[in-house]
Ligand binder design. Sequence first.
Ligand code: BGC
Length: 348
Amino acid sequence: MGFCSPVFKFLRRGKYFVLLLLSLSVLAWIATFKGEMVKSFQVSSAPTQTLVKGDSLREKFSSFTAATIRLSTPPPKADCPLESPLLQGALQLTFESSLKLKDVESENKGVSEGEYEPSDCTARQNVAILIPHRSRERHLLYLLHHLHPFLQRQQIHYAIYVIQQAGDATFNRAKLLNVGYMEALKDYSWDCFIFHDVDLVPENDHNLYICDKQPKHLVVGRNATGYKLHYKGYFGGVSAMTREQFLQVNGFSNTYWGWGGEDDDLRKRIELQKMKIMRPPADIARYTMVFHKRDSGNEINKDRMKLLGRTQQVWRKDGLNSCSYKTLSLERMPLYVNVTVDIGKPQS
Ligand code: BGC
């Protein structure tokens, strides 16, 4: 059979026909695929980049991936309401001797390394709670037990820092709080600082742990003093200052070793800056003080009146800017950041 036979001619034409059919189906497939991609973009997001005719397939794929990533980033949360709907008012406080740290940890699963933020709204303030501490484990446990749920109901972004004084030199609450301020700022640019005694538990969650235009004193009354303000200028126990307010007064004095005076000194610094201390209403700013004997190593500071007499002369050079210490350890525990520091000892 010769090459030019009619059968051969038919086969040759048929081959071109098949080729033509194949090319048409490939083109149709590409067109459908492109159409689907454009649809996905329109449905799934509002990409900044739209498909342009003639883009390479690779470019289309990378835009597609970028749009998908943007989609998986959650939309910005609305600000938390001015008044949290979770507040309960006066609380029934319990101090069970059987309470264990593990119990408090499992009650606060939303807290990680001492930090919490509301999941459904953006907190209005970022607050560091600073607790100076030495050998008061039970008080700390009671405080954590009440404070974590209390702060979560207030819908604030917060972290708790416990600043432990190492060694057995006389206790220095004020210097530990200066250290806490500086250490906490290494983690995050906190807006507000709460200086918190370990043995005071708030009784009403309307007592908001946020800062104001002026420094705020949160303890108007406590059970031990018949819920009356201790004295007019009292600024101890629990107080709140913004990052800037505390910096403006150069923090606490570092020179108050032992019990008393350091809170009065801070009040004097505030007054020297023409700031005015605010307080929440007395029926809200109430605390229960967990009973304890005076700690050894925290005897009454007999020099406190003398020191208070020189606040005006020394505040500029005695405070945050002169606070020297050595951090011995920093442990990120489930419910708080535990900072252990060597702050030295009183100069005799
Ligand atoms: C002390 C303060 C103390 C207050 C309340 C004052 O005499 O100087 O430091 O907070 O008493 O107990």
